[in-house]
Design a protein around this ligand. Structure first.
Ligand SMILES: Cc1ncc(COP(=O)(O)O)c(C=O)c1O
Length: 402
């Protein structure tokens, strides 16, 4: 008997996401989890979606909703998304959009279309873990961009582009995952200029931009001079409606659209027809602005509960971000603390978070961790913080604040 051949070598360097493994541990009842970037399930519009699916499956529509469909996506859904993007400052025609199975698939398609094995890709430090996996799977060489509290540093991008000649730069400029930080307008403009001058594709991933709790919106990078013809903008219904729908999209320049559609055909022919039909119906008969306003009110209070409670829960000398929106706070523990070790203790006290190291393409900072504040109401967040405080105290009584 001969064994079957080995799996592809490109898989060897791609680790399974520890986030998914931690999520499995936090399914137990009673755990306060700051781990996953999960929307609050009690805020899903289940009734509205039930109606939308019923309508999509009504006798007059079912033949179409249950049939194969076009790769680019449901025309009504593309029109609704284009209208929304345009209203939010990114003028978009439906024909510029490709509906994807979550924005995660958009990342896969971008990698398939743009990357050869060995190509350099610039990523923020730290960066969204599943994007790192996706680019690694395509055989890319990941290079971290130096970042500060405002996000990536455009001069550092310019120097890296000149030194490494990357194909693309991946950024989450608004309410970044995992740090929660937002790239200011001046840096967005500078980034667009670098991309135009040096020749670079930009991938602007924006799943969180609508979840703003304070301050005024920044312009989309894709809308800025220099970036218009070289930015692939991604977003999703996952954070504003429901991630289980698996509906995202990419907005691509004309030169890439055909290739992206071919890559999508090869991946899955098209995203689920019935899910797209239901999403389009939900958007037609509900007010997404109103729904998002509810989410913002609820999540804003959760963000405040977490940020206000952190001084009492973390070891003295810790620092953390204070995001204006999104789902995440990024913490750096003081010297000597290891977030992985802290997590093991925290799990025994039924509180969870994600250690920061998997989000680094380069040398990880093991004192970092990510806290998500959206999945629990404020009272449970306070309980989680109390458990975190007890965990920290038990580990090192001397360094606890109070
Ligand atoms: C930055 C970022 N991009 C993309 C995704 C993928 O989202 P989805 O595939 O559900 O649209 C996520 C999910 O957490 C994310 O944080």
């Amino acid at each position: 008997m001969a064994p079957p051949p080995h799996p592809a070598r490109r898989l060897a360097g791609v680790a399974s996401s520890p986030v998914r493994e931690i999520l499995a541990l936090t399914q137990r009842p009673g755990v306060v989890s700051f781990a996953g970037g999960l929307p609050a399930p009690e805020l899903f519009d289940a009734a509205g979606l039930r109606d939308a699916f019923a309508d999509a499956l009504a006798d007059r529509a079912a033949g179409r909703s249950l049939q194969y469909s076009t790769t680019e996506g449901d025309p009504a859904l593309r029109a609704a998304v284009a209208e929304r993007l345009s209203r939010r400052g990114l003028p978009t025609e439906p024909g510029e959009l490709l509906i994807t199975s979550g924005s995660q698939q958009a990342l896969t398609l971008v990698a398939a279309v743009l990357l050869e094995p060995g190509d350099a890709v610039l990523v923020e430090e730290p960066s969204y873990l599943a994007a790192l996996q996706c680019f690694q799977l395509a055989g890319a060489r990941l290079i971290s961009i130096p970042c500060d509290d405002d996000g990536l540093i455009p001069d550092a991008v310019r120097d890296l582009v000149r030194a490494e000649r990357p194909k693309l730069l991946y950024t989450v400029p608004t309410f970044h995952n995992p740090t929660g930080r937002t790239l200011p307008e001046a840096r967005r403009r500078a980034l667009a200029e670098v991309a135009a001058r040096e020749g670079l594709w930009l991938v602007e991933d924006d799943p969180y931009g609508e979840l703003r709790y304070r301050g005024a919106p920044e312009p989309a990078v894709a809308a800025l001079p220099g970036a218009e013809d070289r930015t692939i903008a991604l977003s999703t219904l996952s954070k504003v409606l429901a991630p289980g729908l698996r509906i995202g999209w990419l907005r691509a320049p004309a030169t890439l659209r055909r290739a992206l559609a071919v890559a999508k055909q090869a991946a899955d022919l098209h995203s689920s027809t019935v899910d797209q039909a239901a999403a389009a119906r939900w958007l037609a008969s509900n007010d997404l602005d109103l729904h998002v306003a509810r989410l913002r009110a609820a999540y804003g209070a959760r963000r405040d509960a977490l940020v206000d409670g952190l001084p009492d829960a973390l070891p003295e000398g810790s620092s953390w971000t204070r995001p204006d929106g999104g789902m995440f706070v990024w913490v750096r523990l003081p010297g000597g603390w290891d977030a992985d070790a802290l997590l093991q203790d925290a799990l025994t006290r039924d509180v969870a978070f994600v250690p920061g190291w998997p989000f680094f393409a380069g040398e990880p900072d093991r004192a970092t961790l990510r806290l998500s504040f959206t999945a629990h109401p404020p009272a449970e967040i306070l309980e989680g913080l109390e458990r975190l405080r007890a965990t920290v105290r038990a580990r090192d009584p001397a360094s606890t604040v109070r």
